[in-house]
Structure formats: structure tokens, C-alpha cells
Design a protein around this ligand. Sequence first.
Ligand code: TNX
Length: 518
Amino acid sequence: MRLKNCILIASLSLLGISSALAKTALIPQPQAIGWGGGNWSIPSRSQICYNPLAANSVRWLQKLIAPLSKVTTKETSNCKKASWSITLDPQFKSSDPEGYRLRISSNGVEIVSSTQVGLFYALQTLRQLLPPEVEQASKVRNYFLPFVEVEDSPLYSWRGSMLDVARSFYDVEYVKHHIDRMALFKLNRLHLHLSDDQGWRIEIKSYPNLTMHGGSGAVKNGRAGFYTQEQYQEIQKYARDRNITIIPEIEMPGHIYAALASYPELNCAGFENLSPRLATPPQLYQGVRVKWNSLCLEKLEVKKFVSAVLREVSEITDGPWIHIGGDEVDVNGYSQFISFVEGEVSRYGKITIGWEEILQASIGAKSIAQIWQKDSSATGNSKIISLCQFFYLDHSNTPAQSLPNDWCKQGGVSLEDLYGFTIKDMRNVLGIEAPIWTEFANTPQEVDDRVWPRLAAAAEVSWSLESRREISDFRSRLGAMGKRFDLMGIHFYESPTVRWTRGARSETPRSVFFGFAP
Ligand code: TNX
């Protein structure tokens, strides 16, 4: 089958016709896929027809195929003759609301789902079947799409990436590129780690010094900066259009030195809450030590502060969750404090997420634990799995890369380690999230190098059934993705176990959907 395809592709390219080399390069692997025996030649002029419910999705499709064909659109309930049809059908049966069907035959391309999200994912699958040049919106003519039928839906509802913008700051533009790349792999949660010892990155109007002072710092060699509330909402809207929910994290009661430096009254008398005292307010901190500071929990000012911050963050957050950190801190009154914070979060209408340590407090049934070191199944709370030996992208890709953060797994977290993640007990598991901490990833290129391609593997682990996953097959699909990464300007790590196809790497990040709003 493979050999036949190669011969076909080779002979088509001899004729000067580009074809679906991308045939084997779908990531994540769909739940069901059947390749047909032929190809559909995209006509130079074509029509998309759509039903009224799909009006928003049709604009994405138009944008995607503009490089391939001169397209017109038609709203109709009878899509029999069009080259492209896209239908939002509330009656469409799928095992999940995010599911979809994509069919390519001699009649053209037909997409259907019961939701806009499903249609969006069908378009991402189609995007991967199209030549990587569409990412740069370069004209591609005479392209052939393989006959195929895809029936697809996700394993988990939580398919996440976490970006630490606190140690080193990443601006709105980079975050938007990151979001576009996430969307390509059907990821749907972006957790922003907005505060830590080295920096405070989100404007809080009632505590302006958090960003004026706390936002001016960063880890050594890192970047300073912050998002205004308006910029934060701009990111959120951009993500929302791409079915990605932003989860804001405000760390407390530890990992909070940037706030302690900005508002000294949040410290205890004599700075007893700083131990060892690695910096003294208002001095900023550029190091990478953890577990040395905490809010002064017994102070009334601290409760007032926490409440005001959570209120403002909740007000600008459109998703249901607020992440409160809660990790790596040794402090008396931890449990009561977490209960207080959880109460404030729910008072402002949101659900609490915290790192696994919050399970030591008596948290409410609705709160969610993010597991990073030790999976404890003894709890009824929902869990997000970020176990460091599988999902910590600040760790090296290979021993040869030898990055400074290797505390969880010496030699690093290889593509194979991550891809090999399996789960015995799926009860209460919402899904998976892969964090990139940025103590030692200080530029967009360095983040790219840690995040890609491993985040694509995390996307497959969170979308595809274990029975649909196979490492050598994944490696070959990933290798075929190399040229697309290059044309998108992604500085990915060339995992040595993958045979990469390459293209001319774009100087600047790009994607067919960058900056697009439907
Ligand atoms: C542990 S994971 C941390 C982070 C560090 C990371 C470095 C977690 C909840 N805390 O503060 O950045 O290790 O790998």
C-alpha cells in the first residue's frame, strides 16, 4: 500500500503535479480512518456550500483553501453539487460533541459535525492533508487530496499546554502563535502561569505595583513585561475563536515573591516569611530557588489582597477555571488558607484548580488537582495529569541536550517517554497537560525547542485511544510534519529518532490562521 502510494506520488510529481504526500501525516491519529483508492483534484475554481448554522465555520474553510482554489460560497441546505460542503447538523451522531466526520471522494470534501468545535477540528485534519505551503498562504495549484473517510472524536476533554510567562515573559504575539500551533493539533486548554517569584504578569487595577514593580523583573537572562487586562482579554478571545480556553494561574501562598517585593505589607514582621531570605523587598529576585517564601497567612491585608486579585482575575476570565497554584510551600495554616482561597474562587463563580498539594487540604468536591509528581487515586476530585517524568517539557529531549532542569528525570524526557504514557485508572481523569517552565527557556526559540515536537506527542496521547497509538507509526507521521514546522517558523528540536522532512524555515512565525478572526 505504502509502496504504491510512493510510486503514485513520484509519478505525479514527475508530471509536475503536487499531491498528498501528507497522507500519512495526521496528528493526532484519528479514531477511525479509511483511505480510499484515489485522489480528488482540487479544481481551480470551486464552491463551498454550507447550512446557516455553519456560517462561522465556513469562513475558516475559505481562509484555509484560498491558496488552492478561487472559491465562492453558497448558503443552502442541499449541498449535493458543491466541491466543498460544511454542515453543522445537530442530529449528527458522534461519541463526543467535539467529534466530526471528514469525507473526501470524487465529489469533493464533505465535513459534518453537531458542533462548531467539531467542524473546527475537521478543518484542522483537512489542513494537515493540504500541502504545508498553505501555512504561508502561498498559491498551490493542481493539488490532489486523497480519498479518505475520517470519523473522529477525542479521548479526553482536557488537552492542554502550560506556558510559564512568569520566569520569562512571552508577549501577546508569541502567545498567539503558540495558540495557532496548539489548534493545529486539536489542543484545547492553555494554562498561563502568570505569577511567580521572579515576575508578576497580569495587571491588577487595585494593586498597580504588582506589574509596575513586580512585572519589571525576570529570571536571570529572562524577559520582563506583563499583560494589561485588555491584552489578556485579546489573547483570550483569540484562543476562544480557536476553541482553546485560557486558564489563568495566580500562585499562592508560595512562589509569590514578586508580589511580596511589590507590596511589603504582605510580608510578616521581620520578613519571617522569607526563609532563607534570598532577597529583601522591594528588591526583585532573579534566581531559581523554590520553597523560600510565602504570603504572611495570618495577616488581614493578605486576605484582602487575595480576594481583590481573584475578583479581578475572575472578572476578565471567560472560562470556568482559576488556577491557584498551591505547590511547594511549607507554611503553617496551609489547609485553612487553601479553603479560604477556594471559597473566594467559588464566590466569584469559578472552579478552583491547584497543583497536587491542594489535596492535602480538605478541598471541595468540584475542585481539580493537577498531578505533577505523584498520582494519588485516593481522592474523588477530578485530576489533570502533568506527571513530570512524562510531561515536563523544560527537561531535555535527549541526554545530549542536557538542560539544567533535570530534577525529575535525569537524561531528560524523550519523545518516546512522553508518547509511552499509559494510564491504569482513568477514573476522574479529565486529561493531560504538558507544562513548559521557563527558568532556562528565555526566548521564543528556546521555548519552541523544548515544546516542539513533544507537544504534538502530548496532543496525540490526549486525543487518541491507546489502541490507536504506535510509536514507530507516530515517528513517521511526525517526520512528515517537519516541513510544515519549518514553513511555520517553528524552531523545533530535531528528535534524533525521527526521520524529518525539511523545508526552508521561515524567519518569522507564520500560520495560515495567524491573526484571523472569523
Ligand atoms: C517545579 S511543578 C515547579 C516549578 C518549577 C519546575 C521546574 C510545580 C508545580 N512547581 O515551579 O518551575 O519544577 O521543573
